[in-house]
Design a protein around this ligand. Structure first.
Ligand code: B3K
Ligand code: ZN
Length: 870
């Protein structure tokens, strides 16, 4: 039974009454009874009792300065160990017992396959021992691990290895010491039998660092890319941010059972194997790119997160928003900046905007939290990174880096707040960011309504921008935010026009910068010789929506001529949106104007990066379109319009796609950005060709889905076969399964290809796959591949008879006891029940009510369900 948590508020923050300076941990590992002895140096900071957090622990012994306590000396509840009367400075010894093999929530110490591993962020350390489990308590950790030597040859923890040796009865031990004081959430322990890849890196400060990567036996050949990525990340952080690594050893362990992507524990990262293992036969280009960026992300946390950490969990975006910004910059500096930027924009539009309009909407620095695990969100992470990016836009690279240096000089070794970060940026740049701070406190996506009035006689252009942020739960009235509006002016022939105005500057990105900070702002430009074509919000310079009423020719001009690649892609997206939304109003019947087809044909043959082209030929999905309907979302019409647009593109451009398709070749093992781009475009072309003439291309699709050395090509073809219902799709699925049944990460792709199929029968197919012997509710990757993928498949999830809802509800109920964190991720599409027609509202709401009435509902789910029904 999980105890119901009560809400915590940011405004209630108090410094702790005690701190812990050092902690010596001793683990005696055993599957069902692991014994943990913690010896802590405790120091009083202010008056009050000592209250330690602890959950699911068996308390065996407590001693203060060596004297055992009697049960009358403390109070024990399901979540706390309280001692009213303790000295000001003392040694506290606590012995507990835990059961790692029964830990299916994968929080605290648990077993993944044959290995022991930990996940402590946010509040998992309290499942290991009684502790001040809060990020502002920084201690020096020394950890001894004891276990059977044959089963667990590697015994790892944070920091540097101090001692190791053998013990009696076949056991051995290792003692690790981490010299950097850290909060408990960065603690890690791993014990297991692995294959080990090692390498070296010399930092710019001359430190020799041993790099080690531990993977399941037999997977060594798939670990090389992760190691290369780590070295690139270490070098990049030195060159761009002047930050070097600070220990003699950096370890990464890959495990198959992990709730999220990875965890930045000091000196000992633990990763979901999905973000470590990669070779061209089993991983797609997308996987390689994510391995590089997640390896980078966790490494970058060493400075932004570990050395300078969060004071309390409301400040999570302090480390996450900043670290996502840093990993995005890392990927952009190494690969195509435009392609990475477009990826980030798509995440914002298809997930974050949705969250910002949902009952769980929260500012990037939340004010109220019930279950902290519910706040590792696209808002805190991705909108958080957009907020950092806006600062970077305002201050420029130099100003931003000056701010980073000030932040580090002031706060290295401390647990601080978002306010401290903004203040450092302010000092270093001698600027006032008072209004900018609203981005931290205000939830919801602002909409900018832009009108352009051109006066031909006066040769003047008047631009008016109005900003409006809709109310979100608990925040009815919104204040205007400060928005860096990047834009460019072109003439009808596509030539760039210069802008001279005291409020507009040429920005280092090449666009013009106009800072809008009022509810209504006006800009009048003079000497404008013809009606200009304007690209607004270039590079998605702020996390806002734009509303403007313009002729389609604006977008065809920008698609053909804009200087910036992201602007060209954006122009294509706006064209598609225009057509799709008009189509939805006509019951899904779309009309694709000839001018648009010609503009796209031109782009298809233009000298553009193939990866960008592939993105240009990816119109908004049904999920993205639903965003445009806050109520009564016409799902059937949306589905139909999306399909009609796809068919129309395939029909009108078939010969062009064929021509481009046959002109492209890339070595399947080549991982350069250029080769990846070619594969992306090959797949895009093949998709449209299979849509246009399935009978001609089905054999090619089948062959690609089942042969060759490139998972990028294989996976895409498998999806085409299934999603387009090609006659041989069963054969493709069968052969693919046969080939990959023993490779879990590839089987995830097989499950996902089926769960994302648009046919209504997907509901029954997913129900059947839940019974597949390779499916398990205990493995988060498998649940995400099958069930979370299905949850994102709006048209099928929302099938009118409600069977999609019932299926997911059943899984959520099972996961409620098995793994509440994973359960809580699946509930997202239920939360927005008010968006749909009456019948669906009723069905969705009933599911939520059914959950609300469960007597053992986990707090992860309870918080979301209660907010949705409020
Ligand atoms: N900091 C971890 C996420 C922890 C999630 C806890 N439920 C990974 C990351 O952002 O790098
Ligand atoms: Zn992170």
């Amino acid at each position: 039974m999980t105890t119901q948590k009560t809400a915590k508020f940011r405004s209630d923050y108090r410094t702790p009454a005690f701190t812990i300076d050092t902690v010596d941990l001793d683990f005696h590992l055993h599957d069902s009874t692991t014994r943990v002895v913690a010896v802590m140096r405790v120091r009083r900071l202010s008056a009050g009792p000592l209250e330690l957090d602890g959950e699911q622990l068996q308390l065996r012994r407590i001693a203060i300065d060596g004297s055992e306590l009697a049960t009358a000396d403390y109070e024990l509840t399901a979540t706390q160990l309280r001692m009213a009367d303790v000295p000001d400075n003392f040694e506290l010894t606590i012995e507990t017992e835990i059961n790692p093999s029964a830990n299916s929530a994968l929080e605290g110490l648990y077993k993944s396959g044959g290995a022991f591993c930990t996940q402590c962020e946010a509040e998992g350390f309290r499942r290991i021992t009684y502790y001040l489990d809060r990020p502002d308590v920084l201690a020096i950790f020394t950890t001894t691990v004891r276990a059977d030597a044959e089963t667990y040859p590697y015994l790892l923890s944070n920091g540097n290895l101090q001692r190791k040796g053998t013990l009696d009865n076949g056991e051995h031990f290792a003692t690790w010491h981490d010299p950097h004081p850290k909060p408990a959430y960065l603690f890690a322990l791993v014990a297991g039998d692995f294959d080990r890849l090692h390498d070296h890196y010399t930092t710019m400060e001359g430190r020799e660092v041993l790099l080690e990567l531990f993977v399941d036996k037999g997977n060594l050949a798939r670990a090389g890319y992760a190691m290369q990525s780590l070295k690139k990340a270490m070098k990049w952080d030195e060159e761009r941010f002047g930050l070097a690594y600070d220990l003699d050893r950096y370890m990464i362990v890959a495990v198959d059972f992990f709730n999220m992507g990875a965890m930045e524990n000091k000196g000992l990262n633990i990763f979901n194997s999905k973000y470590v293992l990669a070779d061209t036969a089993t991983a797609t280009d997308w996987d390689f790119i994510h391995v590089e960026s997640v390896i980078g992300h966790e490494y970058f946390h060493n400075w932004t997160g570990n050395r300078i950490t969060c004071r309390d969990w409301f400040q999570l975006s302090l480390k996450e928003g900043l670290t996502v910004f840093r990993d995005q910059e890392f990927s952009s500096d190494l690969g195509s900046r435009a392609v990475h930027r477009i990826d980030a924009i798509r995440v914002m539009r298809s997930h974050q905007f949705n969250e910002d309009a949902s009952p769980m909407a929260h500012p990037i620095r939340p004010d109220k939290v019930v279950e902290m695990n519910n706040f590792y969100t696209v808002t805190v992470y991705n909108k958080g990174a957009e907020v950092i990016r806006m600062l970077h836009t305002f201050l420029g690279e130099q100003g931003f880096q000056a701010g980073m240096r000030c932040y580090r000089e002031r706060h290295d070794g401390q647990a601080v707040t978002c306010e401290d970060f903004v203040a450092a940026m302010e000092t270093a740049n001698d600027t006032d960011l008072a209004q900018f701070r609203r981005w931290y406190s205000q939830a919801g996506t602002p909409t900018l309504t832009i009108t352009e009035d051109y006066d031909a006689a006066q040769k003047s252009l008047t631009i008016k921008v109005q900003q409006h942020t809709p109310s979100t739960p608990g925040q009815i009235d919104k204040q205007p935010v400060v928005i860096p509006l990047l834009f460019s002016l072109y003439n009808a022939a596509g030539q760039r026009l210069s802008v001279t105005h005291e409020h507009v500057q040429r920005h280092e990105s090449g666009s013009e910068l106009w800072v809008v900070n009022q509810a209504t702002a006006t800009l009048t430009l003079t000497d404008v010789n013809e009606r200009p074509v304007i690209a607004w919000l270039e590079n998605f310079s702020a996390p806002v929506k734009i509303e403007r009423n313009v002729d389609l020719s604006v977008y065809t001009t920008l698609l053909a001529h804009a200087e910036q690649e992201v602007t060209r892609w954006e122009a294509a997206q706006q064209m598609y949106l225009h057509v799709l939304l008009a189509g939805v109003r006509q019951q899904g019947q779309i009309d694709l104007p000839q001018a648009l087809i010609e503009a796209l044909r031109h782009a298809l043959h233009a000298a553009l990066d193939n990866a960008l082209k592939a993105l240009i030929f990816t119109p908004p999905s049904a999920e993205e379109l639903v965003e445009y309907f806050q109520e009564d979302a016409p799902l059937e019409a949306i589905g139909k319009a999306v399909q009609q647009l796809r068919d129309a593109l395939a029909e009108h451009l078939e010969d062009d796609f064929a021509k481009v398709y046959h002109s492209l070749t890339a070595d399947e093992k080549d991982l350069s950005a250029q080769a990846m781009a070619v594969r992306a475009m090959q797949n895009r072309c093949l998709y449209y060709l299979a849509v246009a003439t399935p009978q001609d291309y089905a054999p090619k699709v089948l062959q690609q889905a089942t042969q060759g050395q490139s998972m990028t090509l294989q996976q895409a073809a498998l999806e085409f076969a299934v999603h387009l219902d090609l006659p041989n799709h069963q054969q493709a699925l069968g052969q693919f399964e046969q080939q990959w049944q023993e490779t879990p990460l590839v089987m995830d792709k097989w499950f996902a290809a089926q769960a994302s199929a648009p046919q209504p029968e997907t509901v029954e197919r997913v129900a059947m796959l839940l019974e597949h012997d390779k499916f398990s509710l205990r493995n988060p990757n498998r649940v995400y591949a099958l069930v979370a993928t299905f949850c994102r498949n709006s048209l099928c999830f929302h099938r009118a008879d409600g069977q999609g809802y019932q299926l997911v509800l059943r899984i959520i109920k099972q996961l409620n006891t098995l793994n509440p964190q994973v359960a809580a991720r699946l509930i997202t599409p239920f939360l927005q029940w008010r968006r749909y027609d009456e019948k669906r509202q009723e069905l969705l709401k009933n599911c939520l009510l059914e959950l609300q009435q469960m007597d053992n509902l986990a707090s992860d789910l309870a918080e979301k369900v209660n907010n949705a029904l409020a």
